[in-house]
Design a protein around this ligand. Sequence first.
Ligand SMILES: NC(=O)c1ccc[n+]([C@@H]2O[C@H](COP(=O)([O-])OP(=O)(O)OC[C@H]3O[C@@H](n4cnc5c(N)ncnc54)[C@H](O)[C@@H]3O)[C@@H](O)[C@H]2O)c1
Length: 328
Amino acid sequence: MAYNFTGARVLITGGLGFIGSTLGRRLADLGADVMLVDSLIPEYGGNLFNIVGYQDRLKVNIADVRDEFSMDYLVQGRDFLFNLAGQNSHLDSMRDPYTDLEINCRAQLSILEACRKQDPGVKIVFTSTRQIYGKPDYLPVDERHLLHPTDVNGINKMAGEWYHILYNNVYGIRAVSLRLTNTYGPRMRVKDARQTFLGVWIKRLIGGEPIEIWGDGMQVRDFNFVDDVVEAILMCAATDDVNGHVFNLGSDDAINFRDLAELCIELNGGGSYQIIPYPPDRKPIDIGDYYADYRRIRGKLGWTPKTGLREGLARTMEYYRQHGQHYW
Ligand SMILES: NC(=O)c1ccc[n+]([C@@H]2O[C@H](COP(=O)([O-])OP(=O)(O)OC[C@H]3O[C@@H](n4cnc5c(N)ncnc54)[C@H](O)[C@@H]3O)[C@@H](O)[C@H]2O)c1
């Protein structure tokens, strides 16, 4: 799909994070005028190293999306808002539900209010999550699947998503939501298992430590390489045909944790894994097997993931071998 972002005035919330920075770099390459907003809360994925080499082409504003006055100002005059800022840890959302509520729910509403008052012509792409489906009733999960999240994060992200669709439908603030599955690649947070187990696996393998698989290791998941997710985000931004829609992203590479661990070990040139019981606080919020049916976005926009798991993991590991010290 052809798109043109030359000269487009763009705001990316969560822009110093994993997906936001990858999107920002791509938009800068496409000639857009990009401002990244990020709070750099230490436990989250924001990292200034993510924009190394692009500091002169990306403007950065260290602000919190919960701050209504900042957001009122920052949304002004933008053609596109890529709304990616989020608290992404499922476990943290259970330990500290109010912070998750404030960021993933309340701030989403106030960002939309800022757009309604200050910039009603803006086009918004929101990143939702497969977590809103909860434990699947059937596989692959399509967009008609009931939403019954297993954790506070899933509930707040669900509300965040539907505020966007509501503002699209009621106020004509053009918005679309992508329900991302596990996304991986260079620049993801790998410090610990707070966001994705795959990140910490990569860190441990490179550091020569065994990796842990929780449960029986037979849980199946699908994975998207970050560049494919960025492509879907740009495609959705570029057409008004998708306004008010929700789309799953997913891949054809669904794999169980044991096979994924074996693949990571092979690509690392060595390593080992241990199967251990689920930590007691994780078990009740686990979603079991998940993989998405992404035919809706494929049919509408022609999006399909281009980077296979083996290639994407190899590229990711190479990135952390080179730059790991900025992420450990
Ligand atoms: N990575 C995945 O596997 C995945 C899966 C499903 C959905 N998503 C969604 O994609 C989006 C981006 O996720 P990511 O993987 O890049 O995570 P990330 O943690 O790397 O990026 C999120 C960014 O948001 C920033 N942020 C958090 N709270 C903020 C606040 N209050 N104000 C300003 N900035 C704030 C963080 O500092 C971070 O830089 C999120 O909305 C997430 O829910 C990601």
